[in-house]
Each structure stands twice: as C-alpha cells, then as structure tokens.
Design a protein around this ligand. Structure first.
Ligand code: GAL
Length: 397
C-alpha cells in the first residue's frame, strides 16, 4: 500500500507522520519504503499526536514541531515552554530509543505533575536566594516558589509560556519570546530567541540569544530529563558519568551556594573519571549529598571561556547510548531526579519514579546576582546575551 502522508496528516493531525527518523533502506516511493517509513515514524516518536499539543494558552496557540535527520534521530518540540517532548536516537543495536522523558499532552505539562520537563528555563535558571537581588542599588523582589527562594524564573517562568515558533526546515526550529518589564519581578523587556538544530551527527544544538531595554539579569537553560536507556527503563543510577570539572559549588540546605568553589577530589563529586551515578550516593557520609538530596549541584567547568567546551559525557549502561555535552557556559547543574515522585505517568506509561532521569543544565552559577565571586549574569541594553549548548548522541558497543 502506498501511503499519502500529506492527506493522512490532514485527516488525522498526526504531525509525527512527517517525521521519519530512519532513512528508509528501500528507494523512496516503493511500497516497502512507505511501510518502513510508517513503522520508523511510530518508533521515532511513540504515540504522540500533534492534536494533543494544540491548545490556546493565555491567548496564544501552542503546537508541536518535529526535527529529523537521516541518521535515525528526531526531536519533537512543543512551543509551550519550548520543551523537548521526545528525543529519539539509535541505541547500540540501532534500535530507536527515546532518551528524553516527558508527557503525551500539553495539558499534562501545564498540570501539577510537571517539573520543568524538557523546558526552556528563564529568565534566570536555578535559585536566587530569598527571591531578592539588587542592581545599581535598587532591590528587586521575585516570587519565592521554592521554599524561601526563587527557582527557574519564578512562578511562571519561560517553561510556562507559549513561544512564537518558526520551523524553516527539518533541522531547525526557531523560538522567540518577549518577557515583559516586571514579569515575575525582573526589570526590562527581554527579547529572547532560542534556536534548536538537529544535526546530521545526531547532535541537538541549542542557541540562545537575548537583548534588553533596561539593565537586567539573564541565565537561560534547558531542563530536559534524560534516561539514556530509554524512557520507562527504570533507574539512571547505573549510567556512567564523566564531568569535566575539578570544582563544584557546595550548597546550604535550601540549595543556595555557600559562595565557595570546593575541589571535587576525594569526594563523591569527583566525576573527572567516569563513575556510575549511584556508586557514591550515601547521604549519611556526605553532607553535600544530604543538602541536595543526592546530586543537585553546580559543577564549575574546567575549560570555561566563551567558546564551546566539553562539559560532560554520559553512557546508558543498557543501551550503550553516549551523550556528550558541550557548552559555552561556565557551569553545569547535575540533577538526578531526587524530586521525582512517581505520581505522574510519562508518554510510555512509565511513572516519573525517583531517579529515573537526570538533567544536565548548562548555566551560569546559581544565585549569581547575590554572589560577588561568581561570573556575572547582568545584561545591559546594547549588549547581547549569547549561549550555546550541544547534546550529541552516539553509541559505545
Ligand atoms: C533542578 C533543580 C532541582 C529541582 C529541579 C526541578 O534544576 O536543581 O533542585 O528544583 O530542577 O524539580
């Protein structure tokens, strides 16, 4: 049977039918090619349905977009929060594997079960102590949405707004958002542009840019939760992690940095050589692990400058999938799903169980506006904020 994809898409709203992940082995146009394409599409993005991402949120329409390449990778991204909903790459046997955890519908992303899954984070990622900071002697007060602190841009951060989206081709999605002066307590109109690019090398590149009309602070990130063995495959504690950081920023019991940069050597924070995530997690032994409830800390990246450098490498113990993280940022928040509570169900039907996914959030350091010794996140009018992060996928046999 020859499938007419265009008509099917119109009839069913299944955007994902446009998104064959794998290059068909047969010549395009043949029956086998069409059938194979239909199968790989299913494997590519599971049972996601575009209709489930089309909603009107605060007067703006949300939608779902699919990037794909001819080497078995594809990414589904919703304009609601600029979230990576699905990220499929081949495992060591070539099996398409969704390495990002998330929900099936935009409604669930708006519900109480959401924990920034897949989302763009801003205006300031991570925590600001007591939700307060000063610029030029003027104090600003943000909503405190995480104990005494402000987390990830406040109550309605960039994860909870609909971005304008333009998809120019199969590999690029451009998202933009204007965060108004005073939004969540931050000064200045901030114009933000984020471009997702899926390369032929199975790398997802995220380019962030922002400008302001008033002095402000900006620290953007992405909060994709990864399970390199595939969503629903259980614990991430056996994944192997290497982080290119000789130091990290210890935190108090509310996860605000103490301001010190401490060496990782001789502590469970030493990932300078590959180590299993779960190998040294005894919170009775290490006060920092106790404060974080596990790893939930900012690592001070060794080669930080303004150009791209390798931050980390993670390997899925079952899938053989390897993720290399490159960034222009000086810090990396390594979070291992300590707050995942098993109360919600993901795309695959699996629960969001404790430590079944991890995040590698590239960033400037937490609480930067209040920490004199940390690199500044102040953005002035006439200057441009830029940041790039790459999550690149391969396999180890
Ligand atoms: C992380 C943060 C964690 C937790 C998580 C969301 O970025 O470091 O402490 O808040 O987001 O549940």
């Amino acid at each position: 049977m020859i499938i007419d994809y265009k008509n099917l898409i119109t009839a069913t709203g299944l955007v994902l039918l446009t998104a064959a992940c794998n290059q068909p082995a047969n010549e395009p146009g043949t029956t086998e090619a069409a059938e194979q394409e239909a199968n790989t599409v299913t494997a590519c993005v599971g049972s996601l349905d575009r209709k489930d991402f089309q909603d009107t949120i605060d007067g703006k329409s949300s939608d779902l977009y699919v990037l794909k390449n001819s080497n078995g990778a594809c990414a589904a991204i919703t304009s609601y929060g600029g979230r990576i909903v699905s990220l499929v790459v081949p495992d060591k046997d070539g099996k398409p594997t969704d390495v990002s955890v998330g929900f099936k519908t935009v409604k669930e992303y708006q519900g109480p079960g959401d924990a920034y899954f897949g989302a763009l984070i801003g205006r300031v990622g991570n925590r600001i102590a007591k939700g307060k900071f000063s610029l030029d002697g003027k104090e600003y007060t943000l909503a405190t949405n995480n104990g005494p602190n402000s987390l990830h841009g406040g109550i309605k951060g960039f994860q909870a707004v609909v971005w304008n989206a333009v998809q120019s081709n199969d590999s690029t999605l451009s998202l933009s958002y204007v965060s108004k002066d005073g939004e969540e307590g931050y000064p200045g109109n901030l114009t933000v542009n984020v471009v997702y690019t899926l390369g032929a090398d199975n790398a997802v590149k995220i380019d962030y840019k922002a400008t302001t009309d008033q002095k402000t602070v900006a620290n953007l990130s992405n909060h994709t939760y990864f399970n390199l063995n595939g969503e629903g495959s259980g614990t991430i504690l056996n994944h192997l992690v290497q982080i290119n950081a000789d130091k990290y920023t210890p935190v108090d019991a509310t996860l605000i940095p103490t301001g010190k940069l401490e060496p990782v050597a001789g502590t469970p924070f030493d990932f300078t050589k590959p180590a299993a995530i779960g190998a040294r997690l005894d919170t009775n032994v290490n006060q920092q692990l106790k404060n974080g409830g596990g790893y939930d800390h900012n690592f001070v990246l060794n080669d930080a400058g303004t150009s791209l450098h390798q931050a980390a490498q993670v390997t899925g113990d079952q899938s053989g999938i390897v993720m290399d993280v490159f960034t222009t940022e000086p810090g990396l928040q390594f979070y291992i799903g300590n707050f995942m509570s098993g109360k919600s169900s993901f795309k695959s039907g699996a629960k969001d169980d404790y430590r079944t996914a991890f995040c590698m959030e590239t960033q400037h350091f937490p609480d930067a506006p209040n920490q004199k010794n940390f690199p500044s996140i102040v953005l002035e009018p006439g200057k441009e904020y830029t940041s790039t992060t790459i999550y690149k996928f391969g396999v180890k046999k």
